[in-house]
Each structure stands twice: as C-alpha cells, then as structure tokens.
Design a protein around this ligand. Structure first.
Ligand code: 0X9
Ligand code: ZN
Length: 408
C-alpha cells in the first residue's frame, strides 16, 4: 500500500509476513483556504503519506494515514498553522484485526450468501457454486480470464433465458475496497432469491440479463486477507514493487492525469493500456456482449455516484442524460437509510483519473450509461467499513441501481 513501506521493507514483503499498522492513525485535515490546502498537499507528498480522500473544495476534510513515528510531528506542523486535524481512526491495526484476524473461518466452506461479514475469495467462490446449484435455471458462472497468480476471474450471469440487454456490474477492482466485493454478493442474492418472489426483481430479470463480476482483482483481494489489508493494486511483479492499479490500465487516456508511471505508486498505470489480466478480463467480457445498456463499477469510499469523464474535465456528449439518471439513483439510495451521496462527472466530483474502466466503457464499448460508484463511508472507517454496515450499504446501493435501470 504505502510507497515508503514498500521501499524500506520491500525485502520483508517478499517473505509475505503480514503488514501491520500498529499505531497508524487516520487523521482528517481541514484546510480552510487554498494556501492551507497546498501546505497539506506538500506535507502529504514530501512525507510520502498515504492520502485516503481528496477535497474538491477548501473546507472539506481530507483523510491521511499517518504512521506512529510521524503522528506527533504531523499534528504539530499543522497545529502551528492552525489547520484543524481530527482523529478518525485511532489505531488502524485494531480495526484490521477485528475484521481479518477475528474472521472465524468455518471448517466447511459456506454455500449460502451471508451479509453479516466479509468473506475470503474461496468462501465467495464456494457461495457462488452453492447458488448455481440452487438456481441452475437462473445462474451460470463463466471465466473471464486468469490472474497473474493463476486465479479465476469469474463472471456470474443471471438470466431467465434467451439473450436480453445486459446490465454489467463489477466489484473489487481495488483490492482493499471490501465493501464493494461484499455488495456484489448482495446483488446476486437479491436477484436469485427475488426472481418469482419480488415483483421488482422479476420485472428486471424479465427485461435484462445481469453480468456480475464479484471480485475483479482476485490476487489483490487474497493479498488483503493474507498480507496487507490496505493493498489496492493487483499483484504482478514490477522491477521494484508489485502491482498495477487496474483502474488506471484501461485505454482511456492511458497514463494521463491521476495515474503514475512509478511501479511503486498505488496509482501505477502499468506498462501499457490493457497490460493487465484484470482489465483484459473486463474488456473481453464486455466486448463479448452485444448489448450492454448500463455499466456499474463499485468502489469505496466517499459516497459518490460518478459519471464519465475521469480523464478530462470535458463532459461526455450525453452527460445531461447520464446525470439525470444518476440523480434518480442517488435519490432512491438516500430514501433507504438517509445516506447522502454526491453525483456528477469524475473529474469534477473527485479528481482526474485517466485509464479508468468507466471511461473506456463509455468511449470505446459505447455503453451510454457508465457509472463508477464510491460506496460508504465518508472516512469514519474508510476502507475498513465495519461488517455491520455491509447490509445497509448493499440495500441502499441496490435501490439506487434498480432505480437507475428503471429510469433509462
Ligand atoms: O481513483 C479511482 O480509481 C477511484 N477512486 S478510488 O478511491 N475507489 O480508488 C475513482 C475513479 C472513478 N471511478 C471509476 N471510474 N469507476
Ligand atoms: Zn476504488
């Protein structure tokens, strides 16, 4: 995850001993002026800190992960300039242990969906196998490719038969964003349990096929369970460090703003567009489908419903229409648990991010409704969203997706 750590302790990480975050704090910094924001950015980049969130407007906080040896200095440096700093997570390792170490693996792999906890990859795939066995007429699984480490990148097709227009959903392209992977499992559960029982789901499946990629980056996901809970990229070996940010590897202004050509960066775009198995898998599956109507890529965190573009401040030709449908989704989402979302184009609402899947899908695969969704929360827990929030997060997101589909 962190450049400093990887460079200094690269040898340790080769032996795959778990990365620990004892004493690491997630601090929220609130610069009030442009000048203060620049000071914060300078400290973050020169101290090689790991920034978890970005502010589009001064006054909004940014979340920064600070190692114990720098916590005091960080707070003093900003305190002297009267820039407010508050603690969001007091000890990152404690939260990680609650989620990873305490996850009691049952002796037999689960075969049913469970939204009370996060699950390891083999558990997720076992649950999928169980569902296919339970709903053979509705579910089928196909492989979209194999990762560098030889893991299957699976797609679940939910179809009542024939060939209908497709809704595509992928989850977990960024390994540490566990709520994304968990939310895809909830969608599959809703679709299978709901067909014939829930009128909304039945109508949806009478009109559309769903293709859902529940874990787009399996190598990275396994690594977050075994070695580094905060790992983002895939696990290909580069010369100095591991991993490519798969959401910088698509052919949408590849290598442009918001991506890095440093293999040790969390935003490393890779050697060339589509150099990675994971982005190839998404491209290949989508290109194989004749009529994809909507694309959703689930991320965390920030509570945003994003449209293209990420690589430019310019707007797609049908922006007004995509924005309208995003608004419908966000209002439906908010109605479920009152969670507040912002929506709009990636470049305006979050930051410039070239090479993302959503932009490639819109520009090249010509899918007219292409959304990147940043799920809960707003940084109270960040990537370490407690398992108690899986169900409410998934419920509200599902409501947003259904409303969006019904609005096109
Ligand atoms: O930087 C990213 O790739 C996304 N943010 S994240 O914190 N999840 O890494 C934002 C990019 C926009 N989202 C999509 N294009 N899906
Ligand atoms: Zn992400």
């Amino acid at each position: 995850m962190k450049i400093v750590f990887t460079l200094l302790f690269g040898v340790a990480s080769l032996t795959a001993s778990p990365t620990t975050y004892h004493g690491y704090k997630l601090l929220s910094v609130k610069p009030r002026t442009h000048e203060e924001a620049q000071i914060v950015q300078h400290i973050v980049s020169s101290w090689l800190l790991d920034q978890w969130s970005w502010a589009k407007t001064p006054g909004a906080g940014v979340d920064v992960l600070v190692p114990p040896r720098l916590v005091h200095r960080f707070r003093n440096t900003l305190g002297r300039r009267h820039i407010p700093v508050t603690i969001k997570i007091n000890d990152v390792q404690t939260l990680i242990e609650q989620q990873v170490t305490n996850h009691k693996r049952s002796h037999t792999l689960p075969r049913k969906f469970d939204h009370t906890d996060y699950h390891e990859l083999d558990e997720i795939y076992s649950i999928l196998d169980g569902s296919v066995a339970d709903f053979p007429a509705l579910l089928s699984v196909y492989s979209a490719g194999e990762t560098y480490e030889g893991r299957d990148i699976r797609v679940v097709k939910v179809s009542t038969g024939g060939s209908k227009p497709v809704i595509w959903i992928d989850c977990g392209i960024h390994a540490c964003e566990w709520i994304s992977t968990a939310t895809c499992q909830y969608f599959l559960d809703q679709l299978t349990a709901g067909y014939g029982n829930d009128s909304q789901v039945t109508t949806l499946l009478d009109s559309y096929d769903f293709h859902i990629m529940p874990c787009t980056n399996p190598d990275g996901y396994v690594y977050t369970w075994t070695v580094d809970r905060l790992w983002r990229k895939n696990r290909v070996p580069n010369i100095l460090c591991h991993g490519v940010d798969c959401n910088r590897n698509f052919d949408s202004d590849f290598g442009g703003a918001g991506s890095s050509n440093n293999p040790c960066s969390d935003y490393y775009s890779g050697e060339s567009a589509f150099s990675e198995r994971e982005s190839q898998a998404v491209r290949g599956s989508i290109e194989a489908l004749p009529d994809v109507r909507m694309y959703f890529s689930l991320h965390s965190y920030a509570q945003l419903w994003l449209t293209s573009y990420g690589y430019t401040e310019q707007l797609p030709a049908n922006y007004d229409e995509q924005y309208r449908v995003a608004g419908v989704s966000v209002r439906a989402l908010e109605a479920v648990h009152g969670t507040k979302y912002n929506y709009g184009n990636i470049a305006d609402v979050i930051y410039l991010a070239a090479g993302s899947s959503a932009d490639w899908v819109y520009d090249s695969a010509k899918v007219q409704y292409s959304y990147g969704i940043e799920l809960r929360d707003e940084g109270d827990y960040g990537y370490l969203l407690p398992p108690e929030q899986i169900l409410p997060t998934a419920e509200e997101t599902w409501a947003g997706i259904i409303a969006g589909i019904n609005a096109i």
